[in-house]
Ligand binder design. Structure first.
Ligand code: 2RA
Length: 339
């Protein structure tokens, strides 16, 4: 069923990609409009070979819209997502505004698409870009034996800070590569060229960063089990696109490496790369531009008979944001949830 779509935050890095992904995946569009801040209103964007004017985000713009794909700061989403929902649309929202709201499902389609039926506020939250691939990789393992605890260290790319992060990294990297003095960071919180940065996010009172607390809370909500222990260390690394994760997962009982590999090899959304069989292992350069989650390096934890170690990589702008949101919208249509 073709539907009336609005993309909100259409000129930002993720909004721009949502537009491309909608076209790439031939999303069933009846009509489409592109909304953004007053500053961007009047610009033109292209969709499926045709130019569209960018309109300012206003309440009236949501009349007749059935699905909103939104990627704005949380403050804008808090104001306009309820307005769009009240006008009859279902909003798939990329900000963190609604993620922990019990009336808003937090959805990774490969993991918990059934939760889309529980969008009591008309808002579906799109999870954090680390939590999404982590849950895609954990779900087939959680189905083998309940996950009890996850310890994860991330290797997050500069693009997690958007276009400003990438511009900052490019300026630093070219100076660093030329042996020149590296300019002071403008978007990242410390020098990223030739370095890694674990405090690239606000520190919360519990000593974890805001990003680490998102990984803890969102992983539990997506997997639907508040008893799972999650211990993350989030780190920014000098990579342009795609986040990597070193994961140790403890189960309620032992899971063999062979069973885990077999489950991952047929899991939806996973590209399993087996370094033992064919020497391949996931890297950010594989994941960039892909909607899949790449998993490899599955090993028995030598210190715990109930635990396995794995390596997970995904494009943070696509599977970690735009593509996951579009996949949610596809499921909303397929399941007849969109009116
Ligand atoms: C980051 N998770 O990588 C953020 C982006 N939403 O900084």
């Amino acid at each position: 069923m073709p539907v009336n779509v609005a993309v909100v935050g259409a000129t930002g890095a993720v909004g721009d990609l949502i537009r491309k992904v909608l076209a790439e995946r031939s999303f069933p569009v009846k009509s489409i409009k592109f909304l953004a801040s007053e500053k961007s209103a009047g610009k033109t964007v292209e969709f499926a070979g045709k130019p569209y004017p960018v309109e300012a985000i206003r309440a009236e713009a949501f009349e007749g819209v059935q699905i909103v794909l939104s990627s704005t700061p949380s403050s804008i989403s808090k104001e306009f997502s309820p307005i769009a929902a009240k006008a009859g649309a279902i909003v798939v929202d990329n900000s963190s505004a609604w993620r922990m709201d019990p009336d808003c499902p937090l959805v990774v389609p490969e993991v918990n698409a059934h939760e889309l039926h529980n969008a009591k506020k008309g808002i579906v939250a799109n999870p954090n870009c680390v939590a999404i691939p982590l849950c895609v990789a954990l779900k087939p393992l959680h189905d083998l034996a309940p996950v009890r605890r996850v310890v994860v260290a991330t290797y997050q790319s500069s693009s997690g800070k958007g276009a400003k992060g990438l511009a900052d990294f490019a300026a630093q990297a070219s100076a660093w590569a030329a042996g020149q003095p590296v300019p002071a960071p403008t978007a990242h919180r410390a020098q990223l060229a030739g370095n890694v940065v674990t405090l690239d996010w606000t520190l919360d009172p519990n000593g974890f960063t805001e990003e680490e607390n998102k990984v803890i809370n969102e992983t539990r909500k997506i997997l639907g089990d508040q008893t799972i222990g999650v211990c993350p260390t989030c780190v920014r690394v000098p990579v342009k696109v795609a986040h990597s994760e070193a994961v140790t997962v403890e189960f309620a009982r032992p899971v063999s490496v062979a069973d885990a590999k077999a489950a991952l090899a047929k899991a939806p959304g996973v590209v399993f790369m087996d370094e033992v069989v064919d020497g391949r292992f996931p890297q950010p350069i594989h994941a960039e531009g892909s909607d899949h989650t790449f998993v490899g390096r599955v090993r028995q934890d030598p210190s715990n008979p109930n635990a396995l170690c794995l390596w997970v990589v995904a494009d943070n702008l696509r599977k970690g944001a735009a593509s996951n949101a579009v996949q949610c919208a596809e499921e909303l249509v397929k399941r007849g949830i969109v009116k």
